[in-house]
Design a protein around this ligand. Sequence first.
Ligand SMILES: [Zn+2]
Length: 161
Amino acid sequence: MAAIITGNGPCFELALKMTVVAEKSRKPIREGLFAEDANGVSLIGGRCRECAEIVFPANPFCPRCCRETTEPVALSRRGVLYSFTVQRFKPPPPYRGPDPFVPYGVGLIELPEGLRITSVLKAEPDDLRVGMEMELVVEGFFEDEDGNEILGYKFRPVEER
Ligand SMILES: [Zn+2]
């Protein structure tokens, strides 16, 4: 498998570790999506070296500087549910969720870094509340034609412990 991202530093090393995971027939739904360290899996964003703007998904170009100035950064695993809606009908292909269709939430997760990420929500739709604390969960979404488990991400409410 080709290198996921270019650059160097700790996040680049994290991305390389994720490549090893991919060789075990578990693949991210999009290359360069996840990084893994001792604390678990994170989403990889891009942080601009010049202006500190953070983008997700990672992209070499900073939207503020309009130059190729971003480098990979592991994003926070927790955030706050900024807004959400509930998908109540089966989306068109390539949707590969359960059949019969089960309604699910889709929301904006505001991370401490200041950006908002769109995510499917792993929760009963009736349990969702704006402002609740959410955490990243990475899991298999479906199997591809070659039997690889394709990994995607969702956010779920943080359970009280
Ligand atoms: Zn910038």
